[in-house]
Design a protein. Structure first.
Length: 815
């Protein structure tokens, strides 16, 4: 013991500057220093401060990382844009009490000054990860006031209104360069506005949390008491900030901003796997994209399209709105008049993420009635609500001008009262009167029971017209019972699976048309008998798949499982599949002009996005192709066969590696066809092919051109780089084309068929790219650009029966 103390003293007194510290030291005092190679370790051993080089860069930075996990995770960097290019870095307090970081030739690369002269100040790394410059009991400076890209537990994100200190996060430029990129996250407010946090890309708003409503951020319904962390938002005359703390100090969790992925993520360290696991991430979905639906629009993720005008408003341009360009937003059906303002009223909307609060005003002591009066008196006030929803609601927030970036949550969200002119309210009122008359008539002419029924019904209608209750728009998902059809019923519906009723044959088995005794037409997919899956497993899986409901997915009506037989019963699509149109120039020209094709492309994109992102199961289709896109009688596209890979192979198919390849040559992404690696990005590849086929009317597989041996991708790429992309267009389409749309579709499809999955956009981006005019990245040379000899790749499925459909390769065992 004595020896240890002695050598430590010697060490600190004499050799401090010469040797790497072998003792865990958590602070340095004036005249001491930290050199490159030595570190400070916080008292409890949680964090370490020292010099590091990010990724493969050789630059040296001073930073703080977790001491107790093996994956170096830097949470703070001092000299973010001012690297030292060799190991000459020294951190020290100089004689005037400044904390300085010296680089080559003793030049100052980073420094902080303490407000007052404090020659006895020390620097200490606390166990929270906070690096502080302290003079006796007070902190002269702390790293928690100057965050990098990470919000640690106990750190405040927000403003100190007394000192003017603003604490916000900024992402690293990339994983090799900690210099701030343009992706930032922080609380924003002006005097008297309703504060909220924004993620920005450059100066543009990218994502909004929604204002704090006393319980959570209005746009973060998932922010609720949980076992991982507690959270708090403080908003008073001194401070405005958000902070969280971990419930269990031995759990490690952080919030980080990532420029590359443009996301704000919360990660939790999983000790057993020795990795960081993403706990949550925003933007979560399409509706989180700032201002997607334009002014006075609202975004509903379960709807299709996702944007709608608020009730009482209509699109500025119906034409653009129909093409899913929502950027112009919506205007009032009946304009407001300032002179008439006292006649205006308010309509209550429920379940909302409150609009952008940049032009808002808040008073925490007013009540809702005073709030209404305040809003009514001011012509530019468009909406009001309680600023704090706890205990029935207190305070007042009003919005001036257009209402931007509203979304609707089916179950969470909050109320807002939106201003309407008297005439708008009246047009609802007239209908009300009519209904009341109807009710009276019913009262007179009906038996008591009937009266009760009408009254009930009409009261509901009245309510819908007066105060639109938008809470119940979500599909009831929980109590879905999947009908089980028995074999005799299905057999008789399909005339004993007669060949006359056979619609086609895919890799999963033949499909028959049938008619149920009640006249409903169905399509029956009789699955091949090879799956070897148990009956219950099959049913459970089918029930899950049946819950996937979207306008652009074929509806699963039920299943039939008896003995060896397994069948899926779908709604019948009278117009069959897309391939029967696009590859047939006569039918294609007559029935599928460009606007219809564009509608189909966008619909397939949205259906796929739903599978990937918005449904609960996160399904990878794995066999998207023209013959799997069915058309209803209005030529709306519906994706079929989704979830079949999952049903037949079983288990979680959200991504990974498989030795059973399910898919169709000509549509498969290189990494999937070659290595069996699949992910949402392999579906994106197939989508890209599909779009090229829809535009060109040619099949990717078996494509022939007299001048070169490329496949359709290669052909499209050749034309693209030669600046002649429009030559790709199917001649039968030429008269109906909107060239800018076609060009955009070609551009997007080339991005989708990029060789590397990471170069391909997500379906969420694809939907946005198709629906707007944002600038697109230049595609690089795509993957699978020259087709291999077709007999080489085709042999494994060569013995399938011929059919009009492309042939799927089902359960092909890899090596
Ligand atoms: C390191 O940086 C200094 C000053 O910026 C420069 O003069 C020097 O050449 C650089 N050394 C190397 C090895 O890049
Ligand atoms: C200490 O560092 C600060 C910041 O670089 C500088 O302004 C000050 O002159 C330095 N003091 C001494 C004594 O070198
Ligand atoms: C280092 O500093 C000395 C003296 O100030 C100067 O002469 C020399 O050029 C500097 N070297 C570099 C590489 O900056
Ligand atoms: C951002 O995310 C990407 C992909 O997950 C990852 O490779 C990269 O290291 C992250 N960047 C930073 C600065 O953490
Ligand atoms: C905290 O987490 C650790 C590790 O996961 C666990 O062993 C411990 O029981 C937890 N403590 C409490 C109070 O939950
Ligand atoms: C907020 O409302 C209260 C109560 O109506 C009022 O006394 C106070 O002056 C208001 N504050 C501001 C800044 O208008
Ligand atoms: C409406 O209220 C806002 C916020 O209090 C104020 O800035 C604006 O001047 C008011 N406008 C009118 C016309 O009173």
């Amino acid at each position: 013991m004595g020896h240890l103390c002695f050598s430590f003293m010697i060490g600190t007194n004499f050799f401090f500057l010469l040797f790497t510290l072998s003792f865990a030291v958590d602070s340095i005092s004036p005249s001491q220093s930290i050199r490159d190679g030595t570190t400070l370790v916080s008292k409890g051993g949680s964090f370490e401060l020292g010099f590091f080089s990010p990724g493969s860069s050789e630059n040296r930075y001073l930073g703080i990382w977790y001491k107790n996990i093996p994956v170096r995770t830097v949470v703070w960097v001092a000299n973010r844009c001012n690297p030292i290019n060799d190991s000459s870095g020294i951190l020290m307090i100089n004689s005037t009490g400044h904390l300085v970081l010296l680089g080559q030739n003793k030049s100052v690369v980073w420094w902080i000054s303490s407000a007052k002269h404090a020659p006895s100040a020390t620097v200490e790394l606390l166990d929270s990860g906070n690096l502080v410059l302290r003079d006796a009991g007070t902190y002269l400076w702390q790293s928690f006031d100057n965050p990098s890209d990470t919000l640690l537990p106990g750190m405040k994100m927000g403003w100190d209104l007394r000192t003017g200190i603003k604490r916000s996060l900024s992402a690293w430029k990339n994983s090799e360069d900690p210099c701030p990129g343009d992706f930032t996250y922080g609380i924003e407010m002006e005097r008297d506005t309703y504060p909220e946090a924004y993620v920005r890309k450059g100066t543009a708003k990218y994502y909004r949390t929604g204002p704090w409503n006393g319980l959570r951020f209005s746009g973060s319904p998932e922010l609720r008491p949980n076992p991982l962390y507690s959270f708090d938002f403080v908003y008073n005359d001194d401070e405005v900030y958000y902070m969280y703390n971990l419930q269990n100090k031995s759990v490690i969790s952080r919030i980080v901003l990532n420029q590359t992925t443009s996301t704000r993520d919360r990660f939790t360290w999983i000790e057993a796997d020795q990795t960081w696991k993403a706990y949550s991430s925003v933007p979560r979905d399409l509706c989180d994209n700032y201002g997607l639906c334009g002014a006075n629009g609202k975004c509903i993720i379960d709807e299709n399209p996702v944007c709608q005008c608020l009730k009482g408003f209509e699109p500025v341009s119906q034409e653009k709105w129909n093409l899913m360009d929502w950027s112009l937003g919506c205007v009032r059906n009946k304009p407001l008049s300032c002179q008439e303002r006292y006649k205006d009223g308010f309509v209550k909307f429920v379940g909302l993420k409150l609009p952008d609060t940049t032009h808002s005003w808040v008073n925490k002591s007013m009540n809702l009635k005073e709030c209404r009066t305040k809003c009514l008196n001011n012509c530019s006030c468009m909406a009001y609500t309680s600023s704090d929803i706890r205990g029935g609601g207190t305070g007042c927030a009003i919005w001036l001008g257009d209402l931007i970036d509203i979304r609707q949550f089916p179950a969470a969200g909050q109320d807002q009262y939106i201003r309407m002119s008297a005439s708008e309210l009246e047009s609802g009122g007239k209908v009300k009167t009519a209904l009341i008359i109807a009710v009276s008539v019913a009262v007179v002419f009906s038996v008591v029971l009937l009266v009760g029924y009408y009254f009930h019904r009409n009261r509901r209608k009245l309510k819908e017209i007066g105060e639109t209750n938008m809470n119940n728009e979500g599909e009831p998902e929980e109590d879905l019972e999947l009908p089980l059809f028995d074999l005799p019923t299905v057999a008789s519906a399909t005339d004993n699976f007669s060949s006359d009723n056979k619609l086609g044959e895919g890799g999963f088995g033949p499909v028959y048309r049938g008619t149920l005794p009640d006249g409903q037409e169905i399509a029956v997919k009789r699955l091949s008998r090879s799956s070897g899956q148990g009956l219950n497993e099959f049913k459970n899986e089918v029930i899950l798949i049946a819950k996937l409901q979207h306008r652009n997915l074929v509806k699963l009506l039920g299943c039939c499982a008896q003995g060896e037989e397994k069948m899926l019963i779908y709604e019948y699509m009278p117009n069959r599949s897309l391939d029967s149109f696009i590859f047939d120039s006569v039918r294609g020209e007559l029935l599928l002009d460009w606007p219809k094709r564009f509608h189909i492309i966008c619909g397939v994109a949205r259906g796929l996005l739903y599978l990937h992102q918005d449904s609960r199961l996160r399904i990878i289709h794995r066999d998207l192709k023209a013959s799997n896109v069915l058309l209803d009688n209005e030529m709306n596209p519906k994706i079929s066969d989704f979830g079949l890979a999952r049903t037949l192979i079983g288990g979680d198919q959200s991504g990974g590696n498989t030795n059973r390849v399910v898919g169709t040559y000509g549509y498969m992404a290189p990494e999937y066809a070659v290595d069996g690696l699949f992910s949402v990005k392999s579906d994106v590849f197939s989508f890209g092919i599909l779009v090229l086929e829809v535009i060109s009317g040619r099949k990717n597989r078996g494509f022939y051109h007299p001048n070169h041996s490329h496949n359709l991708i290669g052909h499209a790429w050749r034309l693209w780089i030669q600046g002649r992309p429009l030559e790709l267009i199917d001649t039968c389409l030429e008269s109906s084309c909107t060239l800018s749309e076609v060009l955009r579709c070609i551009h997007v499809s080339l991005l989708c068929v990029q060789h590397h999955p990471e170069d391909r956009p997500s379906m969420a981006s694809v939907v946005i790219m198709l629906g707007s005019e944002i600038a697109l990245a230049q595609p690089k040379q795509p993957g699978f650009f020259i087709e291999k000899e077709s007999h080489e790749v085709g042999s494994s499925s060569g013995n399938q029966t011929s059919s009009t459909n492309e042939i799927s390769i089902t359960l092909l065992e890899g090596r």
